[in-house]
Design a protein around this ligand. Structure first.
Ligand SMILES: Nc1nc2c(ncn2[C@@H]2O[C@H](COP(=O)(O)OP(=O)(O)OP(=O)(O)O)[C@@H](O)[C@H]2O)c(=O)[nH]1
Ligand SMILES: [Mg+2]
Length: 251
């Protein structure tokens, strides 16, 4: 059973762990195309008036399944063979145009190592999209999706778009997860399903676009978001407030 207390400071001070404090602990290694989000909800782009909405999307899944590679393929069209485990979270941004709308995706890439799992409740609670990733050559990573979907149900918002990705589909000879089974599992939870290969550039863009498109079509989710163009006007008029000093000594 996942506990709410996991988002509390490990030193037992009363302060809740926030994205800001985590950023101070871990730092956020940024890609060259990234910018630090300017609020704790994942970064409205306040300087680009062509952006209609900013959607916060998070990827979840076991370590090594290729979450970072799928994202790098989508955001930079790059791929790396070597394994560099993501420490905490990384963030990348990508603009996507769907129909008449231009959306900025702020994509939060999580490290899958068990040590980091306790910090993610703070990250999933205000997302608009969640991408569950497993590795088609690793049955254990597919079984782990159950943990992540329950995690998302417990800590994520009621209304958010969820999809499931089976990555490394270029490795057909080493397949351990049957495509039809995975599709049934995804469909039983109303999730679109994609098999992707970050290495061979298969379906990575399609997966992210489908998330953006599904959020755009969801009136309940959109109703919770400011339109960035409107927000720009509101932000420009807003009086500046001093940031509150944090009590938490280690954070
Ligand atoms: N063959 C193949 N290898 C891949 C693919 N995607 C990722 N890999 C490899 O899988 C390994 C792990 O990839 P990462 O993207 O770092 O995995 P991750 O899920 O981000 O791992 P954590 O950050 O530890 O959670 C790397 O060696 C990648 O080269 C793919 O589509 N095909
Ligand atoms: Mg990673």
């Amino acid at each position: 059973m996942l506990q709410r207390e996991m988002t509390r400071c490990p030193m037992n001070c009363s302060e809740e762990i926030t994205e800001d404090s985590l950023r101070r602990i871990f730092g956020v290694p940024m890609s060259s195309t990234s910018t630090i989000p300017n609020n704790a909800t994942g970064g409205q782009n306040q300087s680009d008036p062509s952006i209609d909405y900013t959607f916060k999307v998070i990827s979840l899944g076991q370590g090594g399944v290729g979450k970072t590679c799928v994202l790098c393929r989508y955001s930079d069209n790059s791929f790396f063979e070597w394994r560099i485990s993501t420490i905490g979270v990384d963030i990348r941004f990508k603009s996507v145009t769907i129909g008449n709308s231009t959306v900025q995706l702020s994509i939060w890439d999580t490290g899958g190592q068990e040590t980091f799992r306790s910090i993610y409740p703070a990250f999933v609670r205000d997302v608009q999209g969640i991408i569950f990733v497993y590795d088609i050559t690793c049955k254990e990573s597919f079984d782990d999706i159950k943990f992540w979907t329950e995690f998302a149900s417990q800590y994520g918002p009621e209304d958010c778009v969820k999809i499931m990705i089976g990555n490394k589909c270029d490795q057909a000879a080493n397949r351990e997860v049957d495509t039809a089974l995975a599709r049934r599992v995804a469909e039983s939870q109303n999730m679109p399903f994609f098999e992707t290969s970050a290495k061979e550039d298969i379906n990575c863009e399609a997966a992210f676009r489908s998330v953006a498109a599904a959020i755009l079509q969801n009136a309940r989710i959109l109703a919770t978001l400011p339109r960035s163009r409107d927000d720009l006007i509101r932000i420009n008029k807003a009086p500046t407030t001093k940031s509150k000093k944090k009590c938490c000594g280690i954070l």
